[in-house]
Structure formats: structure tokens, C-alpha cells
Write a protein that binds this ligand. Structure first.
Ligand code: COA
Length: 171
């Protein structure tokens, strides 16, 4: 539940699926904000492996025993991100930055979002070094061919991936 006066941030993305890189950004966000809303985008133009419901379920399971569980909210949205942020009274949008290659696209999105709603600030957080090579796509690619993704995504994600890719190694 959100209390009056709390600093709220939205962490939007496809999360198809959640990776440890995303978890790292969420944990960094929790050090700055009272509440972080993980907002899964309904994006028909991006072909997803998991349905939005499956993605939300994996995220919920991944944070079930998290020490900061009460500060994390999980939701989905469609339409403009800035409209969703306004609806949630969020002061900020969090985006993770891995490498320079992320910058151009993120810069463009941040400027457009600022133009659309000047009340919401985009905050870029640096991903921990050990996650800079990770993306949802690369994890799916490795899993599809049976490679081990342990340590790259939370355990509930790995379990769900095993249902889609029976070749996937390990438990
Ligand atoms: N660590 C590891 N991987 C990360 C990461 C991190 N910290 N941050 C992002 N990634 C990866 C994701 O896994 C994903 O990988 P993939 O493309 O291989 O699957 C990739 O980077 C893209 O990240 P994602 O957060 O899913 O971005 P997106 O481009 O799908 O979504 C939104 C961006 C949701 C913010 C944007 O599309 C949006 O706001 N849409 C709503 C409509 C709108 O308002 N549009 C106008 C925006 S200007």
C-alpha cells in the first residue's frame, strides 16, 4: 500500500523475463525511493516468450522472500508511460544503464517523456558490473539451446524457463 508523502518510482520494462540485472536495478532503486513499482508493459509489437501474466507471476515469486518486499509493487500497464506514472503519483521513472550502447535509446526516451510530462524525472541507475552483459534476449537464447542460466536470472524464472525449454540444464 502507498502512504501519503511516499517517494514513488516506476521501473518499467518488458521483463520477458526478469533477469538478475533487473533485480540489481530494483534493489538500487529501493535505496532511493520508498516504493518501487515494477511495471510490465503490454507491448503487442514486441513478440514475447511469456505472457504478461506469466511475467508478473515470475516477478512476484522472485521477490516473495525479499527483505524489502513491502516496498515493491508489481503491476502492468499499456499506453504512455508518463500517463501511467501520473496515475501512480510517481516522481520518477527508473531505467537501468549497462553500457554506452543503451544510452542513445534511453536518452531519446527520457527526453520525450520529459516533453510529455515535466513532473516526472527519469533516473538512470548503473547496473552492477557483473550484469552488464545480461539481457532478457540473451538469456532466452542460451536457455533455448540448453545452456545454464543459473546466476543470471532468479530461480523462479529459471523454473519457468525450463517449462518452455526442456533442454535447459540444471534444476
Ligand atoms: N540489466 C539487464 N538487462 C537490462 C537492464 C538491466 N539493468 N535494463 C534493461 N535491460 C534489457 C532488457 O532485458 C531488455 O532486453 P531484451 O531487449 O534483450 O529483451 C532490454 O534491455 C530492453 O529493456 P526493457 O526495459 O524491456 O525496454 P523496452 O525497450 O522493452 O521497454 C519502456 C521500454 C517500457 C520503458 C518503453 O517501451 C515505454 O515506456 N513504453 C510505453 C509507451 C511509451 O510511453 N512510449 C513512449 C516512450 S518515449
Amino acid at each position: 500500500m502507498i502512504e501519503k508523502g511516499e517517494r514513488i518510482a516506476i521501473y518499467p520494462g518488458s521483463f520477458d523475463p526478469l533477469t538478475n540485472g533487473h533485480v540489481d536495478i530494483i534493489e538500487r532503486g529501493l535505496k532511493i525511493f520508498d516504493k518501487v513499482i515494477i511495471a510490465v508493459l503490454y507491448n503487442p509489437s514486441k513478440k514475447a516468450l511469456f505472457s504478461v501474466e506469466e511475467r508478473i507471476d515470475m516477478i512476484q515469486k522472485s521477490f516473495l522472500t525479499h527483505s524489502n518486499q513491502d516496498s515493491i509493487m508489481i503491476d502492468s500497464f499499456d499506453g504512455l508511460l508518463v500517463d501511467y506514472a501520473r496515475m501512480k503519483n510517481a516522481a520518477a521513472i527508473i531505467r537501468g544503464m549497462r553500457a554506452i550502447s543503451d544510452f542513445e535509446n534511453e536518452f531519446q526516451m527520457a527526453l520525450m517523456n520529459r516533453r510529455l510530462n515535466r513532473d516526472v524525472q527519469t533516473i538512470f541507475l548503473m547496473t552492477g558490473l557483473r550484469w552488464i552483459f545480461i539481457s532478457s534476449s540473451i538469456i532466452k537464447e542460451v536457455a533455448r539451446f540448453g545452456g545454464d542460466i543459473s546466476g543470471m536470472a532468479p530461480h523462479p524464472v529459471k523454473c519457468k524457463m525450463k517449462e518452455k525449454f526442456p533442454l535447459l540444464m540444471g534444476k
